[in-house]
Design a protein around this ligand. Structure first.
Ligand code: ZN
Length: 138
């Protein structure tokens, strides 16, 4: 079951400039900034006051998916993330329905346990599923 839109991710060339922009125009400060070497990105989470987040992604490795995304499409919306109760269960159900998956099983991401669907199966939109960390619940 899909619970809600957890975050929208935006690919940016320069994290510091993007963070300054969001602070200047909306007064939003990041709750978390982390380098994720496996994905070749630096990521920042910008929380909204009543839930939902914007995730900023800056490539730190020119071979990363985000670097290639910016190269071909420019800066902009990279993926949307939907919160689910159980990532592994959801991925398994989607695979049964013939949906192409990037991750066949959940893995650890910035926002919790995550898994990506292939945009070929979702009208060109990269969709991430997340199951929030148990410690963040309640
Ligand atoms: Zn994300």
């Amino acid at each position: 079951m899909i619970k809600k839109v957890h975050h929208v991710a935006i690919a940016v060339k320069n994290m510091d400039e993007a963070l300054k922009l969001y602070e200047d125009i909306f007064g939003i400060k990041p709750s978390k900034i982390e380098t994720v070497p496996q994905q070749g990105v630096k990521a920042a989470l910008l929380p909204m006051s009543e839930g939902g987040e914007i995730e900023l992604l800056e490539p730190i490795d020119q071979e990363s998916g985000v670097a290639k995304f910016i190269e071909s499409r420019g800066e902009g919306i990279h993926h949307i993330c939907l919160e689910v109760e159980n990532v592994d269960q959801e991925l398994c159900m989607l695979a049964d329905k013939g949906v192409q998956l990037i991750d066949k099983q959940g893995r650890t991401g910035l926002a919790g346990k995550i898994g990506f669907l292939h945009p070929k199966s979702t009208k060109g939109v990269l969709i991430e599923l997340v199951q929030k960390d148990i410690k963040e619940k309640g």
